[in-house]
Design a protein around this ligand. Sequence first.
Ligand SMILES: [Zn+2]
Ligand SMILES: [Zn+2]
Length: 236
Amino acid sequence: MIDTHAHLERLCDIDKGIDKIILAASDVTDSKNNLLLGEIYPDKLLVSVGIHPMESQDSPAKLEKIVEENYQKIGAIGECGLDFSGEFDKEKQIIVFKKQIELAQKYKLPLIIHARKAVDEVVEILKEYKDLSGVFHCYAGGNKRIKKILDLGFYFGIDGNLTYEAGLEEVVKNIPKDRLVLETDSPYLTPVPFRGEINSPKNVEYIYKKVAEIWDLSFEETEKIVDGNAKRLFGF
Ligand SMILES: [Zn+2]
Ligand SMILES: [Zn+2]
């Protein structure tokens, strides 16, 4: 099993059943921490660095420096994107997002996209660039935007809310099997049966189980497909 999106401060949460965890970053400090953790557990962790759209006051120049100095240790850029669910400066978000797309392009790294109430806007921006790859993490674009994302060549990240959110099951049915990756977004989005508790990567198992049920495949077959997707996307 691979958890393709988790926010961790320590590795105490990692269990044997998890082959790899992709550490998502929300800001420059996070990015530095992820690099430190990645050095301690290079086989277990894949490091992402980035600035979340809600942290767009953070410095893209500092992030650029981090990438320049550490690009061999970095497996992805993000999470980055647009979040129009609240009162955040949209222009600033777009500038910081575009800087990160340029970094991903320059260093040939996949993007971990955070798009909230802004999937269409993110797609339009990504279409301006060539040779990008990445995932719409915690995909929340519904059925009607699946084709747009497929056309971009991007993947769909699905989280623990699949175990309790009506409608998401239908979305998963409509995503081609070779474009789906699974993630916990720990410490958030804890799946059933642990809702209300702090999430950790080991709980990704419950999302795999739910997908196996939806696909009508065994757990092993599901794991093989989903992990194959994650390896292809993140190149390990
Ligand atoms: Zn996010
Ligand atoms: Zn996240």
